[in-house]
Design a protein around this ligand. Structure first.
Ligand code: ATR
Length: 502
């Protein structure tokens, strides 16, 4: 793991080098961020091997001075003993390019950056860059779609597994490769699996040297990148957006707790069909599926568990010997939470707010338990259709205050962070003694639940449903009991941290 130093003064940079050395294997000093770098001070007493980089603006850096000055700086860094020097691919070949000739013990990284896309001709780029005096080749592109990562993985596999590429005469040189941007984050995390020589993580939020860089702490403490190797199994969350999901925190911690060599990744998916096809080759062992793909994924799978088939929505996918099988753990999880609180649900009158995928799963479960279900939705037509399909009632949204059920369940995202000051129903809909269950868990105390408490209702927050659906998912994937206590502790910690930050 390499941490880039992006401080803009020598003092700050020296401090950050010390801090970074606690986590990093290698430290990159971005000389282009410091207007007057004091190389001697920066390179003296370095606690870890150093990459000296002075990125010009043309390659996405901050250095916009004369090329001779830039090259002089790199030369000096090499003379002072920097272990690595990063040289942009388009500087190579310059007649007077001294760092290459006087490299001393420094290893030369020849780098290529593409801030627009991940081109198809990565092999050619690798061949060209390795066919130079480079010791290490660095190819960094931009992911415009999650499937762009596949091109990078393929290149890394070819370089590392076959050892020698047919098409590169001087092949076999180590390769650093990953995609930038939010959509490229998985290539930064999976770098050790596919044999990227290095991956980069920032010292802190706001200190990133490139788009999509995660913090080094997140890489180490959430994704455990130091434990990722070729054998690591991949799991992930398919959704859009996925950046706020707690899934990576709980599943990665659970894998580690049970000593399972696996990593769980957030996968922001726009084109679901292309994704499912493209990622088959990665042999992903399991997926969680969230908004907006729970129903759309059904026809793309090889088979469905009977419950998922009946519900018509999937939140869990298991790879069974190459076949993708769909399950639904939302329904069971919600019902478990309700039954733990309310006991037998038979004959209980339940009002559901919403008519989307979550409403469908919960209404289906309630019907099975013999509850009397009424749907209420902003778009009445949708409630009517779902009610017809499930064989339950629906009412106009305006009538929600007139319904006198024993339990009211919010299945919509209303009240979820960041718009936390709204409730899906007017307070008059909340009757004393009624159970009110909100599936939103971010925040735990939603506006709906606060008003429900004030009006003398019993309340149930979304934590246990989230916990139970994740635990069942984990059990389907691993056939091992999920560490429920640990998972709950992590969910609570993440939620209170987020509430404190907000
Ligand atoms: P999910 O799979 O999570 O249920 P969905 O299928 O998009 O997601 O369904 C979202 C549900 O929340 C819908 O019932 C939606 O109401 P509409 O059918 O009228 O769109 C409901 N919903 C979302 N935002 C809402 C809002 N601001 N007010 C009321 N209902 C809302």
């Amino acid at each position: 793991l390499c941490i880039p130093i992006t401080a803009n003064t020598n003092e700050k940079a020296l401090k950050e080098i010390q801090e970074a050395s606690q986590l990093a294997d290698v430290i990159e000093i971005r000389l282009d961020y410091i207007p007057h770098p004091d190389l001697e001070r920066l390179l003296n007493h370095r606690p870890k091997p150093i990459i000296a980089t002075c990125r010009p603006t043309r390659e996405g850096g901050k250095f916009d001075g004369p090329e001779e000055v830039r090259i002089k700086l790199l030369e000096q860094a090499v003379e002072l003993g920097a272990e690595f020097v990063d040289i942009e691919h388009d500087s190579v070949g310059a007649e007077d390019f001294q760092p290459l000739q006087k490299r001393g013990k420094a290893k030369v990284i020849i780098s290529y950056h593409n801030f627009k896309e991940t081109p198809a001709n990565l092999r050619d780029i690798y061949a060209r860059l390795s066919d130079s005096t480079a010791d290490i080749v660095k190819i960094v592109t931009t992911a415009n779609d999650i499937t762009d990562n596949l091109k990078i993985f393929q290149l890394l596999e070819e370089v590392n597994r076959r050892g020698v590429l047919q098409y590169a005469p001087t092949a076999g040189k180590p390769l650093i490769a990953f995609c930038m941007g939010e959509l490229g984050q998985i290539s930064r995390i999976l770098a050790p699996k596919y044999g990227s020589y290095l991956t980069f993580g920032s010292l802190d939020v706001g200190k990133e040297s490139a788009p999509g860089q995660l913090t080094a702490r997140e890489m180490l403490e959430v994704y455990h990148i130091n434990e990722i190797n070729r054998e690591t199994s991949i799991y992930g969350l398919i959704g859009n957006p996925v950046s706020h999901s707690l899934g990576p925190y709980i599943h990665n911690a659970a894998f580690r707790e049970l000593g399972i060599n696996a990593v769980y990744l957030p996968l922001k998916v726009e084109n679901l069909r292309e994704f499912v096809q493209g990622f088959k080759g990665l042999k992903v062992q399991g997926y969680s599926v969230t908004i907006p793909h729970k129903e759309a994924i059904v026809p793309l799978l090889d088979g469905l568990d009977p419950l998922a088939r009946e519900i018509g929505a999937v939140n869990t996918v298991v790879n069974k010997a190459g076949k993708l099988m769909g399950y639904n753990t939302d329904s069971t999880a919600a019902l478990r939470e309700l039954e733990e609180a309310m006991g037998d649900l038979k004959g209980k009158r339940a009002t559901l707010i919403g008519a989307g995928g979550a409403a469908r799963a919960i209404a289906f479960g309630l019907k099975k338990k013999g509850a009397d279900v009424t749907l209420v939705n902003r778009t009445e037509d949708r409630a009517r259709r779902l009610a017809q399909e499930l064989g339950c009632r629906y009412r106009r949204f305006e009538d929600v205050t007139k319904i006198d059920g024993e339990v009211l369940i919010n299945t919509t995202s209303v009240g979820m962070y960041p718009k936390t000051d709204v409730s899906p129903v007017p307070p008059e809909a909340l009757k004393p003694g009624m159970w009110v269950f909100d599936i939103v868990y971010n925040p735990l105390q939603t506006c709906l639940l606060k008003e429900a408490e004030e009006r003398g209702c019993h309340t149930l927050d979304g934590l246990r449903m989230f916990l139970y659906q994740a635990a069942q998912q984990f059990e389907l994937w691993t056939a091992r009991p999920a560490p429920l206590g640990l998972m709950e502790k992590i969910i609570r910690k993440c939620i209170s941290y987020r509430e404190a930050v907000a």
